[in-house]
Design a protein around this ligand. Structure first.
Ligand code: ATP
Ligand code: MG
Length: 497
């Protein structure tokens, strides 16, 4: 069978609907035709410095028009974009550009110092957007087609459970992610999606892919600012926003007793667990929330709950998108309803593998089924409930304890700003849960308060056996809690009172 191809996405979009709005930023609004023109100029310069098909190029930038151009420009050259998180340390950046075999790191002008430092420490050449503008245009023809199975991007996982792994996503993975979402949510002419999640994260990048594939405007925000997002929904026609829990919470607070305009379709909530309190809060304010489950490896959401079920199936991440399948497995066999096991998923949006990790690939992807490393269960109707990460499971006296459950309960205490639960070795029980708690400024909270609260809500074996008050929690560049680092804190007895 011949290889499947498609017209270059931006080329086709600019041909079909040139005058439609592609991007709205604080400073400018661009049509697809304008975006295409600027992108091709950039692609011509990239090609003049010798960037070729299949070459890996690291991109180090916050969300901006240039970053968007860069992502599309790579598709005109058939080069692979390695999207770097701008909050990584130099050491982490050096690891990722080397691990992914990049030849160049191209970054926004304000990061010139950082990318030059990377160049010093590696074989990778650095180039800022400004320097790229000085490069000659080349007359090398642009690729008019994309090969669907070719890799388009490598995004690193957040590194929550171990060191980050480079996930290869092909054009086909991105295509199916965008199409699957459209099959679920539908597309309307009024749709305008707001991207406040960074484009180097799959949650942000997938919005850009939807934009070019659907012909839909994206409102691009450099970072999440509650006031700016609120204003874009209230006054600028934004219909959909991708958020993580803290963003949703802060937007709901900002909304107060007001209502979003009737054209607002909803919040796509992902990235991690959502508390029931948050979902109730959204419902009370009539804000539709699409809860999702997904990961870098699935090119964003693969399971989604529509707002119709938000409260009937409270806490569920929903059902798989149309082309995807979901199974819960324990000891290699599918579990019964309500029985916890590993979440295993399959579908055309699932990565073909991690870059240069043959052993991990063999362990995690079998016949197209990806073992997610997450634990969950399905109810009798097939709705997914995500329980926790397999690596964080605490086994205490033969009972399974999920730290996320304890965290969810204790976060119901008003005085708790944030918390993390981790297992601690115990001679009698094997392991017991202990909690690290950051108290809200100006509030007081004692061990006794916490234990009294948890006794009413959690079985005794799930109650934290030790409680540490700390002023912050260890988080990674995606702001996710690092429970393995909490375990180190315990070992070192540092940072804990
Ligand atoms: P690493 O794989 O390096 O440990 P990571 O898994 O945090 O990092 P991401 O791909 O950014 O990297 O995150 C995906 C993970 O986020 C999922 O595997 C899951 O653990 C968590 N997650 C996503 N959606 C949900 C959800 N609805 N409920 C609970 N957890 C979720
Ligand atoms: Mg992961």
């Amino acid at each position: 069978m011949s290889e499947q191809t498609m017209p270059n996405w931006l080329e086709q979009r600019a041909f079909l609907t040139p005058e439609r709005i592609a991007l709205v930023t604080e400073d400018e609004t661009l049509t697809f035709s304008e975006l295409q023109q600027r992108t091709k100029e950039m692609a011509a310069r990239l090609s003049s410095i010798g960037i070729q098909r299949g070459e890996h190029i690291a991109v180090y930038a916050k969300s901006s028009v240039e970053m968007v151009q860069m992502i599309h420009a790579l598709s005109y050259l058939g080069a692979v974009g390695v999207m770097l998180n701008t909050r990584l340390t130099i050491e982490e950046l050096v690891f990722q550009v080397t691990d992914s075999s990049c030849s160049y790191i191209i970054g926004e002008d304000s990061y010139k110092g950082t990318i030059e430092e990377i160049e010093k420490q590696t074989e990778v050449q650095s180039l800022s957007f400004e320097e790229l503008k000085d490069c000659q245009d080349s007359s090398i023809p642009m690729l008019e087609e994309v090969k669907m199975e070719a890799p388009y991007t490598i995004l690193y996982t957040s590194g929550t459970t171990g060191s980050p792994k480079g996930v290869m996503l092909s054009y086909s993975n991105h295509w199916w992610s965008a199409v699957s979402s459209a099959l679920n949510l539908g597309i309307t002419e009024k749709d305008q999606w707001l991207a406040a999640l960074p484009l180097f994260h799959v949650g942000g990048l997938s919005i850009l892919m939807k934009s070019v594939i659907y012909g839909m405007p994206v409102h691009l925000h450099t970072s999440f600012d509650t006031e700016a997002v609120h204003d874009a929904i209230m006054n600028k026609g934004v219909t959909t926003v991708s958020v993580v829990s803290v963003m949703l919470d802060s937007l709901l607070d900002r909304l107060g007793s007001d209502h979003y305009p009737t054209n607002f379709r909803g919040m796509l909530l992902g990235g991690g667990p959502a508390s029931e309190a948050l979902l109730h809060k959204a419902k009370k304010k009539s804000v539709p929330v699409f809860q999702t489950y997904g990961m870098t490896e699935t090119a964003s959401q693969i399971v989604t709950l529509s707002p119709d079920y938000a409260l009937d199936k409270i806490g569920s991440a929903g059902k798989p998108l149309f082309p995807a399948q979901l199974s819960i497995e324990l000891d290699g066999k599918p579990t019964n309803a309500h029985e916890v096991g590993e979440i295993v998923v399959k579908g055309p949006m699932v990565t073909t593998g991690y870059y240069r990790r043959p052993e991990t690939n063999e362990e995690t992807i079998q016949q197209g089924w990806l073992r997610t490393g997450d634990l969950g269960y399905k109810d009798e109707d097939g709705f997914l409930y995500v329980v926790d990460r397999r690596k964080d499971l605490i086994i205490s006296g033969g009972e399974n304890i999920y730290p996320a459950e304890i965290e969810g309960v204790l976060s119901g205490l008003d005085q708790v700003k944030e918390l993390g639960v981790v297992g601690k070795k115990d001679e009698k029980w094997g392991s017991v849960p202990v909690a690290f708690i950051v108290v809200r400024k100006g509030m007081t909270l004692t061990r006794e308060d916490i234990l009294a609260f948890s006794k009413e809500r959690l079985a005794s074996y799930k109650q934290p056996k030790e409680i540490y008050f700390v002023d912050h929690l260890p988080r990674n560049a995606t702001n996710k809690l690092l429970r393995r680092e909490l375990a180190n804190w315990l070992k070192q007895r540092r940072n804990v009172q």
